[in-house]
Write a new protein. Structure first.
Length: 403
């Protein structure tokens, strides 16, 4: 409540300032010889989610060399005033461009953008940039990860079809499982895209989802995967941050002789699941991070330099701009023709020929049973925001199981 009150007050002050001062005095930008860039992380490099951002931090240094210096704040909570304190310190250190990397940082980041108009603030996975007050120094960005989820689903579907053709499972046993962190639109959008990718290959497939209510807990994620395997799921995927589900699949296969495979997220998991990990997908944050720094150095508006989609201060892209990557394809266990199919589907995304969220399905919002979406009318993901919006569980096809 404190943040919301302060944000409201600063919004009023910002509006009065705009009325009484020439705009060029408020938002004047200049080219820079050197740029200090700050990063605020929810975890550390031991977690795949944060490590992906840190990888982009290092690639920014490699790309721009002595023009940039980076400063990182690790393990910053996304509640209380931890993010504000971290941002205040980065500003005090002279950072003129700051990236915040957790959805929960949104309010604090916009608050600081109001307070420090001379600093550019870029918030990943958020949705406040085009909401009033729209600030020239506050931005949202995210990759169209549903594309990667769908392609990963295609890889899983091809393996599932191969298992059926080889007689290792019956077509009626084409069941897959998904370990999800929370019942948020980002997670629902991801597992729906994955499911539809699988279903494009094996029409009979059904999916069960188990939520862990944590982004990163190895034990809980592993147990959720084990329950899904015990229920007969032959492919497990995840939107969670540890290798727990992959290890569950590997152990079930090696120790119990079960037919099960895994599809990962944010990192290749073939090192911990060499006989069961099929493929992974992730967002590549580097194109945005580097372009945002180049824009800030040259005194240009960030969205005028970033190669992406959407309007205003919110932007996203997919395979077409290399914002989404498929990694860790296990060629030893993947079905024949998988690489060619990956290439074909990726090209369809690049050429805007793919429509994911459509078909003979009805989705129900788990938070409002009266909020339904008939996918005969396609749902266009990332049409207006970089943050995923699809929040409908497909009736009769996807079952959410309670712990």
């Amino acid at each position: 409540m404190k943040n919301k009150y302060v944000l409201t007050v600063l919004t009023v002050i910002f509006g009065i300032t705009v009325l009484f001062l020439p705009q060029r005095c408020i938002f004047k930008t200049n080219t820079l010889d050197h740029l200090k860039v700050g990063f605020v992380y929810i975890g550390d490099t031991a977690t795949a989610y944060t490590n992906n951002f840190y990888r982009s931090q290092i690639e920014l240094e490699d790309a721009l060399g002595t023009k940039v210096q980076t400063v990182a704040k690790f393990n910053i909570k996304d509640f209380d005033d931890s993010c504000e304190k971290a941002l205040e310190d980065l500003v005090a250190q002279g950072c003129k461009l700051i990236f915040t990397t957790s959805y929960g940082y949104g309010e604090a980041t916009k608050l600081m953008a109001l307070k420090y108009p001379g600093v550019q603030f870029c918030h990943a996975s958020g949705e406040m940039a085009n909401q009033a007050p729209v600030l020239p120094n506050f931005h949202n960005f995210m990759g169209q990860i549903y594309e990667g989820r769908y392609v990963s689903g295609v890889v899983a579907g091809m393996k599932l079809r191969e298992l059926i053709m080889q007689g290792k499972i019956k077509r009626s046993a084409a069941k897959i499982g998904y370990v999800g962190a929370y019942p948020y639109p980002e997670v629902i959008s991801g597992y729906t895209a994955f499911f539809l990718g699988v279903k494009s290959i094996v029409n009979e497939v059904q999916m069960s989802v188990r939520y862990t209510n944590t982004w990163s807990n190895h034990i809980i994620e592993k147990k959720a995967a084990e329950k899904l395997i015990d229920e007969g799921c032959v492919i497990i995927s995840q939107h969670s941050d540890t290798t727990g589900p992959a290890i569950a699949c590997e152990e079930a296969s090696i120790k119990k002789g079960k037919t099960v495979f895994h599809v990962g997220y944010n990192q290749s998991m073939t090192d911990v699941a060499p006989t069961t990990s099929l493929v992974s997908s992730r967002i590549n944050w580097t194109p945005y991070v580097v372009a945002a720094a180049q824009a800030t150095i040259s005194g240009k508006r960030i969205e005028s330099v970033v190669k992406s989609h959407l309007k205003g201060n919110d932007t996203c892209a997919g395979f077409d701009k290399d914002w989404i990557e498929i990694l860790g394809l296990n060629r030893i266990i993947a079905a024949r023709g998988t690489e060619e199919e990956i290439s074909r589907v990726k090209n369809n995304f690049k050429n805007r020929k793919m429509m994911v969220f459509n078909g003979n399905y009805v989705g129900e919002n788990p938070n409002d049973p009266e909020d339904l979406w008939d996918l005969k009318t396609p749902f266009i993901e990332n049409e207006n925001t970089s943050a995923p919006r699809f929040c409908y569980v497909l009736r009769d096809f996807i079952k959410v199981e309670e712990e």
